[in-house]
Design a protein around this ligand. Structure first.
Ligand code: PBG
Length: 331
């Protein structure tokens, strides 16, 4: 007997496809995917987003068609983002709580066409509606004020809930907004409307193509570092997440995704709540650009990144790759 043979050969279980399938620890299914969609005015309109190859803005009828596509693919939820016409953007972002805004019309159209066959998640923050591109109201010095902004975000959230949104997702990073929105939903007879808090949202360089898609990028002066988190901080993310759970969030989100897998893992370990990741626009664009530059097989690259979120502890992922990933999974 040669003495050097190991007892344990981890390669044994990797040798065949059936064995690899049997030992796989995590799975990705279409039910893990949330599909973000950008809305524009008009009828029959599709407008490709230059910085997000393969992603378009759709008029409301196109959003309904995408929602039906999502149902067919087994994707349980869509996330809606409006590209508000420039003339409707203002310093105070009041379009956000107009019951006839683009967002509300899209929510109602999807609900009318699809009933409860799909979840509708709506983003709460003022940036698609403000003339300055910030997520809240500004004081004279250009600082985003907290409490007055929260009051407007509550109006925005209730407006979305009244139109039929299932999940309110505050992405603004104001202090105390989850509590205020939860209270308003309860008092406004929307006890079953969920809150998915963008609890740990970082001031990231990966949001560029999204700001292009909703038309806020060119308007934005300065940055969002006085409310979004410092990418250097992890303990602070756990404090943000703890607060949002305490304030009534049903689930929490970490954003961006891949550079923050440690935060996802820590959040899941510490709180055991449903954690979602937002694989943001810049992450999507990098995969597409990398594949186009010959870095590797595009489908393999995107699926490897998505399974990483599951391995890290996510319940699901918001990703612009949702329809393609679902098609790949459905074979
Ligand atoms: C709005 C919001 C942003 C994103 C989601 N909601 C942009 C920002 O905070 O500037 C980014 C999503 C993406 O990059 O895909 N506050």
């Amino acid at each position: 007997m040669p003495a050097a043979y190991p007892n344990t050969r981890l390669r044994r279980t990797r040798a065949t496809a059936w064995s690899r399938a049997m030992h796989r620890e995590t799975v990705l299914t279409p039910a893990d995917l949330i599909w973000p969609l950008f809305i524009i005015e008009g009828q029959g309109q599709e407008e490709p987003v230059g910085s997000l190859p393969g992603v378009s803005r759709w008029s409301v009828d196109g959003i309904v068609a995408r929602a039906k596509e999502a149902i067919d693919l087994g994707i349980p939820c869509i996330a809606l983002f409006p590209n508000t016409p420039p003339e409707k953007r203002s310093d105070d972002g009041k379009e956000a709580y107009d019951p006839d805004n683009l967002m509300c019309r899209a929510i109602k159209a999807v609900r009318d066409a699809c009933g409860n066959d799909i979840g509708i998640l709506t983003d709460v923050a003022l940036d698609p509606y403000t003339s300055h591109g910030q997520d809240g109201l500004l004081d004279d010095a250009g600082y985003v004020v907290n409490d007055d902004t929260v009051a407007v975000l509550v109006d925005q959230a209730i407006n979305q809930a009244q139109a039929g949104a299932d999940i309110i997702a505050p992405s603004d990073m104001m202090d105390g907004r989850v509590k205020s929105i939860r209270m308003a939903l309860e008092m406004g007879e929307h006890p079953n409307v969920q809150i998915m808090a963008y609890a740990a949202k970082y001031a990231s360089a990966f949001y560029g193509p999204f700001r292009d898609a909703v038309g806020s990028g060119g308007l934005l002066k300065g940055d969002k570092k006085s409310y979004q988190m410092d990418p250097a901080n992890g303990d602070e993310a756990l404090r943000e997440i703890a607060l949002d759970i305490d304030e009534g969030a049903d689930s929490v989100m970490v954003k961006p995704g891949l550079a923050y897998l440690d935060i996802i893992w820590r959040a899941k370990e510490a709180f055991g709540v449903p954690v979602f990741a937002y694989q943001v626009s810049g992450e999507y664009a990098l995969i597409e650009a990398g594949a186009a530059a010959g870095v590797g097989d595009r489908n393999a690259l995107l699926m490897e990144k998505l399974i990483a979120f599951k391995r890290a502890g996510c319940s699901g992922v918001l990703t612009y790759h949702a329809p393609d990933a679902a098609r790949l999974l459905n074979g």
